[in-house]
Design a protein around this ligand. Structure first.
Ligand code: 0L1
Ligand code: MG
Length: 263
């Protein structure tokens, strides 16, 4: 059900996308539109996606967010969300990331699943995901909520493309059958110091359940995960704020490292 008009959805999409592109903070949109629904929030996100595609950008993947109890508690929300990844979000492993183009970035240690078969919900479960996965590789997400001080509620964050801004993938790829996904350990270092550690089970009990949830959430809009999709599963560790000049390296058990530098 929608409580916002098409014009309000288009206006809010323009507002939030401008904040992303020009790196300025805004207040959470539910302050002005307290009656907006989850349908409205996703419609705003999909309108931002449409705007980018209309300007010639490609959508190169999807992400799940807020998939761990640690992240939900950190941000004060009660369920996961999804977002899309545009082509210009991709950063090469080891590359520089321009801090001035972002508002208040944080980094998250994640894994990415790449599918070889479509996944269409409802009713998708972990086994469907593992069967449809071509390979898994390490990934770091850089999130940058457009909301002042990362203060939002779930509807506002969904409309803001779940804080997506950049991602880096690298390391080594592996078949799901060659990984112990629940026990897969990650160590995040910033400027050479360990700041976070975690294991795959932090993500909804099993990393594949995040992909299943994405398929089932997309089904609510009669959308699916096509074969060949790159999907980030959500943070295994809490998100860590980064400053200009910081470098980071995330080590993944059996999958190598992903690194970068904020300049
Ligand atoms: O990727 C994430 O888990 C972030 C989702 C949005 C919430 C946030 O900005 O922390
Ligand atoms: Mg994330």
């Amino acid at each position: 059900m929608n409580n916002l008009t098409k014009q309000e959805i288009a206006g809010l999409a323009e507002h939030l996308e401008s904040a992303e592109l020009q790196a300025f903070e805004v207040t959470k949109i539910t302050d002005e539109y307290p009656d907006m629904t989850y349908r409205d929030a996703f419609d705003i996100q999909w309108e931002i996606r449409r705007r980018k595609e209309a300007r010639g950008h490609k959508i190169v993947g999807m992400k799940m967010g807020l998939t761990s109890w640690a992240k939900m508690a950190q941000m004060g929300v009660e369920q996961p969300c999804y977002g899309f990844l545009a082509d210009y979000f991709a950063v090469a492993d080891g590359a520089d990331i321009e801090h001035d183009k972002l508002i208040h970035p944080k980094i998250e240690a994640e894994l990415a699943f790449v599918t070889k078969e479509p996944l269409k919900g409802p009713g998708i479960h972990i086994a469907d995901v593992l069967r449809a996965t071509d390979f898994i590789m390490p990934a770091v997400e850089i999130i940058d909520s457009r909301y002042k001080d990362f203060k939002f509620d779930l509807k506002s964050v969904i409309a803001d493309n779940s804080s997506s801004t950049r991602f880096i993938s690298g390391g080594t790829m592996a078949k799901p059958s060659d990984l112990d996904l629940k026990n897969l350990g990650v160590v995040m270092e910033i400027n050479g110091e360990v700041v976070q550690t975690g294991a795959g089970a932090a993500v909804l009990g099993h990393p594949a359940s995040s992909v299943a949830m994405l398929a089932n959430m997309l089904a609510e809009r009669d959308e699916e995960i096509p074969a060949g999709t790159f999907i980030m599963i959500g943070a295994i560790t809490a998100a860590v704020q980064v400053n200009k000049g910081d470098n980071f390296c995330v080590r993944y058990q059996g999958l190598g490292t992903v690194s970068g530098k904020f300049v």
